[in-house]
Write a protein that binds this ligand. Sequence first.
Ligand SMILES: CC(C)(COP(=O)(O)OP(=O)(O)OC[C@H]1O[C@@H](n2cnc3c(N)ncnc32)[C@H](O)[C@@H]1OP(=O)(O)O)[C@@H](O)C(=O)NCCC(=O)NCCS
Length: 337
Amino acid sequence: MPPVGPVTYRLGREADMVTCLGVWRAAVDDYQGRLNQPPMPEETGPLRRHLVHLLATDPDRFWVAEVERTEGAAAGPWLVGFAMATVRDGLWYLAMLFVLPAVQGRGIGAGLLDRAQAGRDMPAGVPAVPGPDNAFDTRIHTWGMATDTAQPISNGLYARRGMVPRLPIWRLAGEPTRWSALPALPASLEAVSFDAIAANGHEGPRRLADVVDGIDREVIGLTHQADHEFLRRDGRAGFLVRERGGRVLGYVYGSTTGRIGPVAALDPDLLPSLLGVAIRHTPILGTAGVWVPGSADPAIRALLEAGLHFDRFPGLLCWSRPEMPFARYLPINLAMV
Ligand SMILES: CC(C)(COP(=O)(O)OP(=O)(O)OC[C@H]1O[C@@H](n2cnc3c(N)ncnc32)[C@H](O)[C@@H]1OP(=O)(O)O)[C@@H](O)C(=O)NCCC(=O)NCCS
C-alpha cells in the first residue's frame, strides 16, 4: 500500500458522496471477488439517493476517515473509509461502514464506528456503549445493523460491541409464476393506496401519517415518517390493507422497478396477501426483489412457493437485544429499517 500519515476523522458532506460510493464498491468487490461473486452493478443512482436522504436526517452520524498521502501526484488528504448511521425513535442503525482494502485492519473501521455511534459529541477515544447504559445518548435503547454472512471482520467488529448477528435476512428475487401463493385479499379486506388517502382533503397527509405511525409503533416499536416520505418521493407506492370501513391491519410498498418493501403486518399470516397487493397493484418492469428476515416465515414460504428464489448470500441482522421486531416486518433494505 502507499505510505500514509495519521488518520483524521471528520463529518462527511454531500460532496463526499461519490468518493464514498467508490470506497463502497472497492471494499465489497474486493471480498466478494475472492468468493467468485460478480461485481456490484454499475448503476448507483438508487443507492446515492438513499445516502443523500440519510445525510439529510442524520448529518452528525456520517463520518469519513482520511489519511495524508505523502508522495506521488495525488499527495494530500485521501478519503479511505466512511460510516453512516441513523437514529429513529431510539433505534440506532448502521447504514454503511466501508474501508478501502489497502488500509483495512488498522483500526479505521472501529474509529468510524465509534463516531457514528456517538454522533457529533463523542469525547475523543471513548467508544459509545451499545445498550441502555450508553453514556452519550440515553435516548438510544437498541443498536442494530445488517451485515453479510460472508464477512467475519464486520460481524466480529459489531458483535464485540454487543450487536450480535442473530437472524438471517434473505433477498428473494424473481418473477412470480404461481400467483395463488400470494393470495388476493378476502372480500372482508380492502387495499387503499397511500396516494388516495393523502389526496383526500387537506387533512389527508396527516391522516396517512397517523395511521402508518400507528402500525409502525405496534409492529416495530418506532415511527420513521421521514423514511416513508423518502420512499414515496423515490417512487415506491404504498398501500394500506384494512377491514372494509374498519381496522387497519398492515401496509406494503411496491414499485415499478420491482423493489418491494417495507411490509408491516399486525398478523404475520397476512404477509403473503400483503405481498400479493404490492405485486398486483404495481406493474413490475423486470423481476421482483424483497429482503425477508428469517423470522417472517409466512413471507419466505409464500415467495418461494410463488416462484421467487434466494438470491446470493443472506445477510445477518445484528441486534443489541434478544427480542427483534422482524416476525411481522420486512425492512426497506439492508441500510434502512
Ligand atoms: C468491515 C470493515 C469496515 C472494517 O474496517 P477495518 O478498518 O478493516 O476494521 P478495524 O481494523 O477497525 O477492525 C477490525 C476488527 O475485526 C476483527 N476481526 C477480524 N477478523 C475477524 C474474525 N474472523 N472474527 C472476529 N473478528 C475479526 C479484528 O480483530 C478487529 O478488531 P480489534 O481491533 O478489536 O481486534 C472493512 O474491513 C471493510 O470495509 N470490509 C469490507 C466491506 C464490509 O464488509 N463492510 C461492512 C458492511 S456491514
